[in-house]
Design a protein. Structure first.
Length: 257
């Protein structure tokens, strides 16, 4: 089973024009730049450990997905090319995005996230099953700290570092007003970029917590944090739909102001 073409997987999906002057031109420019970037992401082989693991998973598959042709490559970002909110996760799930080829698609974390985005008005549907399921995001772009599925969901520091330039370019292209970090690793990854740019002196000044918020120099995207929507968190009640709804509502108000 192959859901979606290769091109469809890493061509970001935008929404209808946002009604602002020059929005169509900006959309076209961003799409072109994101297409180039995502081509590079999909072709990346910087981390031998991750290449070996993602391809092994794609060959062996999980019994429930035997009929699937696994993606088995780095997973590019997905969403609105005029996004005001960039959602930053950890890494593709071995049998989720590593199978489907789209961020947060095909696993329980994605089920939780997209249902929350739909309820908050950022997505046109609450489900994300495969690349051709019609999902569109409004003012939101999803990406990850590490673009390949890592063993035990734990990328090594050097693997996160190897992916950092991709995230920096997404930020430069999209120029979002806010970043939502799903978990502490994503929170620290964004702070590390700000530290290297000289925007902040130390990551230690900004403590991660669910509902945390950090404001920086003018023109720098504001950072929001939530616990990761992993099964470990959602099935134990550490993370609930109401908790995500509260943070997304706060972000929506910030974007509208």
């Amino acid at each position: 089973m192959e859901c979606g073409s290769l091109a469809a997987a890493f061509l970001p999906i935008g929404t209808a024009p946002h009604g602002e002057a020059g929005s169509t031109k900006r959309m076209a420019e961003n799409l072109a730049q994101l297409r180039v970037l995502n081509d590079e992401v999909v072709a990346c082989a910087k981390c031998p450990r991750l290449v070996k693991y993602r391809e092994k998973v794609a060959r062996e598959k999980r019994r429930a997905y035997r009929a699937w042709e696994y993606w088995g490559k780095p997973v590019p970002g997905f969403g609105d090319a005029q996004a005001q909110l960039l959602i930053l996760g950890l890494a593709p799930a071995a049998h989720g995005a590593n199978r489907t080829g789209r961020m947060f698609t095909g696993d329980r974390s994605g089920d939780f996230l997209y249902a929350a985005l739909h309820k908050a008005g950022f997505a046109n549907q609450p489900t994300s099953l495969h690349r051709d399921d019609g999902l569109q995001l409004d003012r939101v772009y999803t990406t990850a700290t590490c673009r390949c599925a890592p063993p035990d969901n734990q990328p090594l520091p050097r693997e996160v570092s190897n992916c950092r330039a991709y995230l920096e370019r997404e930020l430069e292209i999209l120029k979002p007003k806010a970043v939502l970090a799903l978990g502490k690793i994503a929170w620290d990854a964004y702070l590390e970029i700000l530290k290297q740019r000289g925007v902040i002196a130390s990551r230690a000044l900004y403590k991660f917590a669910h509902g945390a918020e950090a404001e920086f120099a003018p023109g720098t995207p504001r950072l929001f944090g939530v616990y990761h929507p992993s099964q470990q968190n959602t099935q134990t009640g550490r993370v609930t739909p109401a908790m995500y709804a509260k943070v997304l509502h706060k972000i929506r108000r910030f974007l509208e102001n």
